[in-house]
Design a binder for this molecule. Structure first.
Ligand code: DC
Length: 225
């Protein structure tokens, strides 16, 4: 059966992972959260007190403790480095606030992009991140670039954190999101930007179901061609 690659990019908390997971399930494709991979590298860097910019130390850690994914009994995705489950640890503020410098290091990106392409080569995939349409899968049949206002994204993250029991301040979240947007979009290597052939979709005020329906329709149109 024909399968396609779906790239979903966009800034922090634009709803990428929520919709990407649902789309992957609908189409029976693999879902890959590339942000979780950069967070895993950041977790390793912090755990091992790597000096900022020391990319070779982080690459060595990634070799020693490879990133892998699993599932719990509820079907939720788990993230591991070596055999340590870091699913929750990578969402903590300390990782979130350090991920920009780790993900700006070219050797880290090279290593993770290589891994992302290997996973994509196995079949139908929905991959979310910042550079999927531009760098990782430039040949993807469907490229979506999701955006939303800083206020709405901060509120989404605030609610998510509350559910996970992570204490956060809304104003602080707004500032962090705006700062991360700035760092992600202005970094030299693979900055956050829509591919020329991506469809940009503003999710401000749009429900998850609305975004899913839009992407799903586009994917079906391509598959039916
Ligand atoms: O999607 P997220 O917030 O979990 O991503 C965490 C960070 O990882 C984000 O600030 C930028 C970085 N990232 C990246 O540089 N490239 C990707 N493909 C995915 C994430």
């Amino acid at each position: 059966m024909k399968s396609i690659q779906i790239a979903i990019d966009g800034p922090a908390s634009s709803g990428k992972s929520t919709v990407a997971k649902i789309i992957a399930k609908q189409f029976g494709y693999t879902y890959l959260d590339t942000g979780a991979m950069y967070r895993a590298a950041t977790y390793l860097a912090l755990q091992h007190q790597v000096e900022q910019e020391d990319s070779s130390a982080i690459v060595a850690l990634l070799d020693q403790f490879p990133i892998s994914f699993g599932r719990n009994e509820k079907g939720e995705q788990l993230v591991f480095v070596g055999d340590v489950d870091i699913t929750h640890a990578i969402r903590e503020n300390q990782v979130t606030n350090n991920v920009s410098w780790v993900s700006a290091l070219a050797p880290i990106r090279e290593k993770l992009v290589d891994l992302q392409r290997k996973i994509a080569a196995q079949g139908g995939i929905v991959m979310d991140g910042r550079d999927i349409g531009t760098v990782v899968l430039p040949e993807a049949e469907l490229k979506i670039f999701l955006i939303a206002s800083v206020e709405e994204r901060a509120l989404r993250r605030f609610k998510e954190n509350k559910e996970k029991g992570i204490p956060t301040d809304l104003e602080c979240l707004k500032e962090e999101i705006a700062l991360r947007d700035h760092k992600d979009s202005t970094r030299v290597v693979s900055p956050l930007k829509a591919a020329d052939d991506a469809i940009t979709f503003d999710t401000t005020g749009v429900s998850i179901e609305g975004v899913v329906a839009f992407i799903s329709k586009k994917a079906k149109e391509i598959l039916d061609k």
